[in-house]
Design a protein. Structure first.
Length: 357
């Protein structure tokens, strides 16, 4: 059995939605490893709430979210850095574990790799965002082959890295209830932030004259206010950041999930959450969702940034069989399949002699 130390994203407590999709990934992978009998210890910010999972809570000031920075913004560390404190803890306990798994999209843990006596698996949760991260990710991929893992090939391609493991994602399907007959609603899920281009979904809902339920962490209040001012008559309703159980209760009743990523979405966990409920996904043909949605079968892939394309897809939803959507989630995105991929990745790294660089 493996002894695994999971070190969280440092942008906010787990379970609050600040960490976006990587929170859900960390939770599902940890739960599945424990179910298989492995030892898992999670190192995370104070206030992290993951039911039944063993968490060591670490104090300190959160890291600035990487997507708010420019490509050449220098890496910044606050005083009393939570990120540094988490990795100091990992350094102290490292010899109790076979492998450390890093879930942070940050320079420090990647730079620290050769300073540790225990191997580190780095799960990269976003596409390329900065020169400094590209440089250190590429260096670790070269010095420690196989230890950089991505969600998808299109995400890896943004770093010009080809040979790295792509682990995809997965969810606990038992939490998502299939709904055969939807209400006349559309859904949009995600952190309310510019890179998610919520405004396109709002405009499409207005043109299609179909109410839009919006759920997710309110990351950028000004951005949200701007949308409300620009679309005062749009049929939208913001429901906040809900637990998986409450979120899927809303999502499952919708005609479709709209995904409008302005950036290369690394995966798009919300897409498989929708499919698990039988909800077709309409997404820009960009990044992770383009590898998840089977165009015309489990939803529609639309020309990126084309609101008209979203509206046309909404009009064609009757062509999609909702049970086919649920089946695709069961076939591709179960938490058991996820566990197989991650366990294999972990074992491959543990069995690779550590490169003495
Ligand atoms: N920014 N600096 C930093 N570190 C992270 O781990 C991080 C982030 N921004 C967003 C984020 N993680 C997650 O929301 C995405 O990986 C899903």
């Amino acid at each position: 059995m493996l002894k695994l130390l999971f070190v969280s994203t440092p942008v906010g407590p787990l379970g609050t939605g600040v960490g976006g999709g990587v929170e859900l990934s960390l939770f599902n992978i940890a739960q599945e490893m424990l179910r298989r009998g492995h030892t898992v210890q999670i190192v995370a910010p104070i206030g992290s709430k993951f039911p039944q999972l063993p968490i060591v809570e670490i104090p300190g000031n959160v890291q600035i979210i990487a997507q708010s920075q420019e490509r050449n913004t220098p890496i910044m560390m606050p005083d009393n850095s939570l990120l540094a404190n988490m990795w100091e803890y990992a350094r102290q306990v490292q010899n109790e574990y076979d492998l450390i798994v890093n879930f942070a999209y940050d320079w420090l843990p990647l730079y620290l790799t050769p300073f540790f006596g225990v191997a580190i698996a780095h799960f990269i949760s976003m596409g390329s965002l900065s020169e400094a991260m590209d440089e250190i990710v590429t260096k670790v991929a070269s010095d420690f082959p196989g230890t950089i893992g991505f969600y998808t090939p299109s995400q890896a391609a943004t770093f010009n890295l080809q040979q790295c493991p792509c682990l995809s994602s997965g969810i606990d399907l038992s939490l998502y209830q299939f709904c055969p007959e939807p209400e006349n609603y559309l859904a949009w899920l995600g952190r309310i932030a510019p890179e998610k281009a919520l405004e396109d979904a709002v405009e499409a809902a207005q043109i299609a004259n179909t109410p839009l339920k919006i759920m997710g962490k309110m990351q950028d209040e000004d951005y949200w206010q701007q949308i409300c001012q620009n679309y005062p008559d749009a049929p939208i309703e913001y429901l906040g950041f809900l637990s998986t159980t409450d979120m899927q209760q809303q999502l499952r009743q919708c005609k479709a999930l709209l995904m409008t990523p302005r950036w290369v979405e690394a995966f798009g966990n919300v897409a498989i959450e929708a499919l698990a409920c039988g909800v077709p996904v309409i997404s820009y043909q960009r990044g992770g969702p383009a590898e998840i949605v089977q165009d015309g079968k489990t939803g529609f892939l639309v020309e990126p940034d084309s609101v008209a394309g979203l509206v046309e897809a909404i009009a064609n939803l009757s062509k999609i069989d909702r049970y086919t959507c649920r089946q695709s989630a069961e076939t591709e995105y179960s938490v058991e399949a996820l566990g197989d991929r991650f366990e294999q990745w972990f074992r491959d790294i543990i069995n690779t002699p550590v490169a003495q660089v």
